[in-house]
Design a protein around this ligand. Structure first.
Ligand code: HSE
Length: 440
């Protein structure tokens, strides 16, 4: 049988990885897919670079629409990224009856509802394993492997850049700005790292996992997004002393009122495996009611790890494209007419525990005032750590750091308590609040 024909839109890092892995492992992949998979056309603005990657036998053009309109092409792989032209091209490819593979988390997190609806109407597949956690097959695991479960929560290190920065901050005791510059010099962080360090990239990925886990539409606009730019080396050190590491987690969770969807730095007990995921690696923990807690670990970015996910999608489509569209695995795991309207909750309704660091006057009664406010708010304290004033502010200092770990409470309750604490004349600086996840 003639190989299924694939057209790439963009042949940068992931595209060239896809071309190379497909070529290197073609026999093995064909034995699995039941049919050859051939990249026969590539569109890239840099035609010379594309030609250098694919050699003389693949048609190279500078116009993506030439790929989409080519009747010989069965699957279009979108590797352009972003919400702009990529959205128009994906919708045009669907309208032209092509199956689509994309690594574009931003596009799906923001416009997924429109894109999946268009694909369903046209009877084509949109596959996106590479959009979340690169080479880790987390979409496959959530959508198929864990399909028996009522998923309770997911927590993931799903941005390698920020995990690299946090690992360096902890290892070397350095502040965020210093490590970011070093990460940029080494190529671990982009020249404009905003999407990574502000948590936006992780929130795109968490949004997609949330939709698949709970069978709700993708709702990036409802995600709480907080990055790592405000983290101080002191908090990483104090967390360590209390038995925790600080990680940027993408979290989605059921609580009794709805669905939590949030990205923010979190204290995680050092004894959890995920707390020991270092450098640019990714890891996702999924808790299902039947299976319990499962952990997926691997490279979340890079040429061949991401290509591994793109090609897995190509194999799926090759196997399934002749199947009645109604019998394929639904895009978001649940049948489109059985999606839930569970709300994504505002942050004030999130339930979690907390690390608070207060810079206080080192004088009699301060600890009692602070713990009194926390207790009156109905928040239970788990642990308190107070440093020697000399250690914090130098010889003869009259200030010290008071660290409080709490048990779970509503974020709205914590906001009220923090406002009262901040009003105390003995609290001398803005309070640092970091959420804490036990993940047990
Ligand atoms: N920039 C991402 C990261 C990889 O640092 O993990 C692509 O999503």
């Amino acid at each position: 049988m003639k190989p299924i024909q694939v057209g790439l839109l963009g042949i940068g890092t992931v595209g060239s990885g896809t071309f190379n892995v497909l070529k290197r492992n073609q026999e093995e992949i064909k034995r699995r897919a039941g049919r050859g998979i051939e990249i026969s056309m590539v569109a890239d603005l840099d035609v010379a670079r594309a030609r250098a990657v694919v050699g003389p036998d693949v048609q190279v053009v500078d116009d993506a629409r030439a790929v989409i309109q080519n009747p010989e092409i069965d699957i279009v792989v979108e590797l352009i990224g972003g919400y702009g032209i990529a959205k128009a091209l994906v919708l045009e490819a669907i309208a032209a009856g092509k199956h689509v593979v994309t690594a574009n988390k931003a596009l799906l997190a923001v416009h997924g509802t429109e894109i999946f609806a268009a694909a369903s109407a046209k009877g084509v597949m949109v596959a996106f394993e590479a959009a979340v956690a690169g080479g880790i097959p987390i979409i496959k695991a959530l959508r198929e492997g864990l399909t028996a479960n009522r998923i309770e929560w997911i927590a993931g290190i799903i941005n390698g850049t920020t995990n690299f920065i946090l690992s360096e901050m902890r290892d070397k005791g350095l502040d965020f700005d210093v490590v970011l510059k070093e990460a940029q010099r080494l190529g671990y962080a982009e020249a404009d790292p905003t999407f990574d360090i502000e948590g936006v990239d992780a929130a795109h990925k968490a949004t997609i996992m949330c939709a698949i886990a709970f069978g709700i539409p993708v709702q990036f606009d409802k995600a709480h997004v907080e990055g790592i730019t405000q983290l101080a080396a002191a908090d990483i050190r104090y967390a360590e002393q209390l038995g925790y590491r600080i990680k940027l987690l993408g979290i989605t969770k059921r609580n009794h009122k709805g669905i939590e969807l949030r990205v923010h730095p979190s204290l995680v007990p050092t004894k959890r495996l995920i707390a020991n995921v270092e450098g640019a690696m990714n890891a996702v923990v999924v808790h299902g009611d039947a299976v319990g807690t499962t952990l997926y670990y691997g490279k979340g970015a890079g040429s061949e790890p991401t290509a591994s996910a793109v090609i897995a999608d190509l194999v799926d489509i090759t196997r399934l494209h002749t199947v009645d569209p109604l019998n394929r695995v639904p895009h978001l795991a649940f049948q489109p007419d059985r999606m839930s309207d569970l709300p994504v909750l505002p942050m004030s309704e999130v339930v979690t525990s907390y690390y608070l660091r207060l810079r206080v006057a080192d004088e009699a009664g301060v600890l009692a005032q602070v713990t009194g406010i926390v207790a009156n708010a109905g928040i239970s304290i788990d642990a308190v750590l107070q440093r020697e004033a000399d250690e914090v502010g130098g010889e003869g200092s009259t200030q010290t750091d008071l660290i409080i770990l709490t048990h779970e409470t509503r974020e709205g309750t914590m906001n009220d308590a923090m406002a009262q604490l901040q009003g105390l004349p003995t609290v001398l600086a803005p309070i640092t609040r970091i959420r804490k996840e036990e993940l047990n």
